[in-house]
Design a protein around this ligand. Structure first.
Ligand code: BTN
Length: 261
């Protein structure tokens, strides 16, 4: 059996909350996790892919992974409070800090950034059958790819950019899975309040002038605070406060422009 030398080693992950399926290539790990749920896979099951042919981002966007240099995986969780996506981004920040010592920032609600550039994202999809649950799909750029993939229409960075050695993807993956599993249980028992301070500390949207976009309208204002439900409050120049409960915001990047995504 030929195994690509840089392929992820699924046997080097240590203990995990559920079974892990490693796929050299698949359509989307979120799709595979959904099919797994229909086939009776237990909560905590994980699907990880080296390459995705139909990787999905939020709001119908496409998601591109760098084979051998990024992580693309999905975990099956039982139904959880609507703040789970925010908590999941904090789980990634915590796990990455523990393994690599490197800090990440969260762009509300759950984009992962480093030095103002996107380094990862989370796509959470709920389902009702055969029992209510969630697929939490996480994409994270780990090491800089040797060549920049074509067709990327936004600026990105990787977790390991500037380091002399590649980061161990297996350790990062295992740490994120276990952190998210533990955090999801704390969320059930204690609610979002248990994460509020750490989330606010990691969120670099607060204090910035951002633009909130929904399908129907667009509002700009100062991201003034986060409420107990995870909604972002935008203070407009006339003093009006708008609560953003869903959707995406655009906030300035390092070049002062509104960095896309
Ligand atoms: C975003 O920022 O728009 C969310 C990106 C989520 C990408 C991950 S990669 C693993 C999983 N499978 C998918 O098709 N999407 C998620």
């Amino acid at each position: 059996l030929m195994i690509a030398p840089r392929a992820l080693n699924p046997h080097a992950l240590g203990p995990l909350p559920g079974p892990l399926t490693y796929l050299p290539e698949t359509d989307s790990t979120n799709t595979q996790a959904r099919l797994g749920a229909l086939a009776g896979a237990p909560w905590g099951s994980v699907w990880v892919a080296e390459a995705q042919t139909a990787g999905r981002g939020r709001d119908g966007r496409q998601w591109q992974t760098f084979p051998y240099d990024s992580l693309a995986f999905s975990i099956l969780l039982p139904a959880l409070p609507p703040t789970l996506p925010l908590v999941a981004s904090l789980s990634v920040v915590r796990a990455v800090k523990a393994v690599t010592g490197r800090g990440l920032q969260i762009k509300w609600p759950n984009d992962l950034r480093r030095q103002g550039l996107k380094v990862g994202g989370i796509l959470t999809e709920g389902f009702r059958q055969p029992q209510p649950g969630l697929v939490v799909g996480i994409g994270l750029n780990i090491n800089p790819p040797a060549t920049t993939p074509e067709g990327l229409e936004f600026h990105y960075t990787t977790l390991g950019t500037g380091l002399p050695q590649p980061l161990p993807r297996e350790e990062v993956l295992a740490a994120i899975i276990n952190q998210l599993w533990a955090d999801s249980q704390v969320l059930v028992q204690q609610g979002f309040g248990a994460f509020y301070d750490d989330y606010v500390a990691a969120c670099d949207s607060l204090g910035q002038t951002v633009t909130w976009r929904t399908a129907t309208h667009q509002v700009s204002g100062l991201a003034a605070g986060l409420d107990a439900s995870g909604a972002l409050s935008l203070r407009q120049p006339d003093g009006t406060v708008v609560l953003c409960r869903a959707g995406d915001i655009i906030q300035p990047g390092p070049d002062g422009e509104g960095a896309p995504r």
